[in-house]
Design a protein around this ligand. Sequence first.
Ligand code: UN1
Length: 483
Amino acid sequence: MKLGDLQLSPRHLINGRWEIGTTTGISTNPSDTREVVAEYARADRNQTELAVRAAADALPTWSQSTPQRRADVLDMIGSELLARKDELGALLAREEGKTLPEGIAEVARSGQIFKFFAGEALRIQGELLASVRQGVQVDVTREPVGVVGIIAPWNFPFAIPAWKIAPALAYGNTVVFKPAELVPACGWALAEIISRSGLPAGAFNLVMGSGREVGQTLVDHPLVNALSFTGSVSTGDRILRAASARRAKVQLEMGGKNPLIVLADADLDQAVDCALQGSYFSTGQRCTASSRLIVEAEVHDAFVARLRNRLASLKVGHALERGTEMGPVVDDNQLAQNLDYIDIARNEGAEHVWGGERLERPTPGHYMSPALFLARPEHRVAREEIFGPVACVLRADDYEHALALANDTPFGLCAGICTTSLKRAMHFKRHAAVGMTMVNLPTAGVDFHVPFGGRKESSYGAREQGRYAAEFYTTVKTGYMLA
Ligand code: UN1
């Protein structure tokens, strides 16, 4: 039996030991809600504090470890993730509900992230400068921030923890990791691999449980020097206020309402492909999803007709079934929220094009059909992040109008354009008020070796991923010496 089939009993990892919780919780399979995936340990404040203290105690050892040792640890974790991508991808598909190929690809990406940061551990750089004073030499070096609290969402249960944990460890920090309560088995499977990688006890800790108990303790604890969070805007705001009040370093990745512009000169099949992938794959449960399709009037009707045809044949089903193109929604709450937005869209007068219905499948799960509306910019369905397979089309008079619509949002994560005009593409890349732009590509599904993050309400603090991760996971020290 592989992890992909077993019922698991994940425990916390605190100071190198597997610990039972103060309570237990269960996670279920969104493709078949009769199936319990994990019965997992949940921590209270006291147990979370033990993990924070363990991380603080391990800091002197791990922060002084050699780059070679860190590289070896991270490389080993990366190798095991890559070697077990099929098995762990099945566990991911089972617990979160993305399709098996999406799950396998995510685990592979997580392995590549650890391998990338294994290399980065060997490339920690500083600067040597001449002073403005005679005979003085100045250097700038990077040091770890300290204990890092990592609070991760459910939608990428391997990749997002990987792109926070790997740089944290590469730069010599110690970690307390809290996975989302919907995906404890994935968090535990990752932690189990990390626990066998040669880290000193306490350098990496796993604590499962609620945001109210575990998350809040990490946010408030004076020994937690930095917090990296991905999740909702409202939780991010609360974390920022509480953590900055005690001067902890904070990095937040939150919502998106990402536009994909389709100009009249675009390759229409390619544009429909970008929209389909960006809006509906991973069941639309990505902060990078394209939920506003802004289409130039000339090709509006043709684009909508082609996308509608693709949606009509999109195979929605059990995440582990061969041929499924879109898995279920993650849970009841998210499904109810998605269906609420379908009602809101209809009531506000958005024109329904396709989908947005609950679906029955042979197994009881949170299935719905992909939804498409024609909306106006003021409609809530065109303004608010839904986090499901729901997209809307906005009609634009011309490129300038499309760009204005694209930037007319409180969010600023990513933005895409489909066009064959180099001039328009270049203009768009410069003027989109976001952290990432995509030309003739879906807005979702990004590389692992370059910065990830946005502007406005989407993000706060230093960028994640690539070598820019050093900005968050290190602090610089300036040294002066009479030489
Ligand atoms: C991707 O689109 O490849 O929560 C990654 C999210 C993002 C990750 C998206 N932080 O959806």
